[in-house]
Write a protein that binds this ligand. Structure first.
Ligand code: TRP
Ligand code: SF4
Length: 326
């Protein structure tokens, strides 16, 4: 299967990104052709006036992927803006996409409300069209995404059908969404883990930084003494255990918390060690990738992506421009 997915370079990745999307990518790169790209043009749709340094952000993002286990020998990783065919296909798809489809997009409406700044540009409205171009160039069969991206993929599928209908030749794959099973990981304050809430554990955090964050995290507030019986269901640390600890550990913690035989500090230490079993191999891998090594990997990926995308555009241009009436 061809697997295509992208992320916007907006800053360091946290454990929520890892569980929600990245872990899925690492699994999917095995036995499939994975194309994972830095969606830097997409990043401009909401932050064009910020003082971003997109090049550094892109290298940082790719480094997060590599440290999480994306293997450049298996998957192709590249930068969207280095493959101009994405823009070319975007232009053509824009011509055939009815405005109504974009205006009705629930993610679009939500974001306008949430972002609380004026993002109402053409690029913002047509975000899903560019995303469709990203996907179609590589004949994606499946697109691993988070729940919030589902409406975008539905638009992609509609665009494919419309293109085929209008131009009379089926040259694209209709992509399917691959949703990850993990529900949204909560941040240290109980809200969704998000950079803007300052409640995140980052893939780049040191052991000590992770511990400081866990140490101060709220637990079951009814537990004052270690011997008080607790309720793990209302405790964030227990949620983390469920994501990162072995099932035996989770049931032990569950029982001991309810019985009042484990203290929260000890429970948090055990949680730290489970998180570290994911984070510490990431730190080791990260060591191996200097910025220049990451750039080289991206350049090789850009080259490969360009070849595939250019070949696809030849087909698209033939169908669009050399169409013969029958
Ligand atoms: N919209 C995605 C996000 O916000 C990023 C993205 C851009 C993407 N193009 C894509 C995801 C193509 C999957 C496929 O995270
Ligand atoms: Fe939460 Fe663990 Fe304390 Fe129970 S023992 S309240 S699960 S931190």
């Amino acid at each position: 299967m061809n697997i295509v997915s992208g992320m916007r370079p907006t800053g360091r990745l946290h454990l929520g990104h890892y569980l929600g999307v990245l872990k899925n990518w690492v699994e999917l790169q095995k036995g499939n052709s994975g194309y994972f790209f830095v969606a830097d043009w997409h990043a401009l749709s909401t932050s064009y006036e910020d003082k971003l340094h997109l090049k550094n952000l892109s290298i940082g993002l790719a480094k997060d992927w590599l440290s999480a286990g994306i293997d450049p020998e298996k998957a192709t990783i590249f930068v969207q803006s280095s493959v101009k065919a994405h823009a070319e296909l975007f232009v053509i798809l824009n011509m055939i996409t009815p405005l109504g489809w974009l205006e009705r997009n629930p993610t679009y409406k939500d974001q306008i409300e949430q972002l609380q700044k004026d993002v109402n540009s053409g690029g913002f409205l047509t975000y899903p069209v560019l995303q469709t171009a990203d996907i179609l160039l590589y004949d994606a069969d499946a697109v691993p995404i988070g729940e919030d991206q589902k409406p975008h993929l539905e638009i992609s599928r509609e665009i494919v059908r419309r293109f085929h209908h209008l131009f009379g030749e089926d040259i694209f794959h209709e992509p399917k969404a691959l949703l990850s099973e993990t529900p949204k990981l909560l941040g240290l304050d109980g809200r969704k883990m998000s950079k803007s809430y300052g409640n995140s554990i980052y893939l780049t955090d040191s052991t000590d930084e992770v511990w400081q964050k866990l140490r101060t995290a709220k637990t079951d507030t009814n537990r004052v003494r270690k011997t008080d019986k607790g309720n793990p269901e209302v405790c964030l640390v227990f949620d983390y255990h469920k994501e990162f600890s072995k099932p035996e550990t989770v049931s032990e913690i569950d029982a001991e918390c309810r019985a009042g035989t484990i203290g929260c500090v000890q429970c948090k230490k055990s949680c730290l060690s489970s998180m570290e079993s994911v984070l510490s191999p990431m730190r080791e891998r990260r060591e191996k990738f200097s910025d220049s090594a990451v750039l080289e990997i991206l350049e090789a990926g850009n080259h490969k992506a360009n070849q595939i995308a250019t070949a696809k555009m030849e087909k698209v241009n033939r169908v669009v421009f050399e169409r013969v009436e029958v």
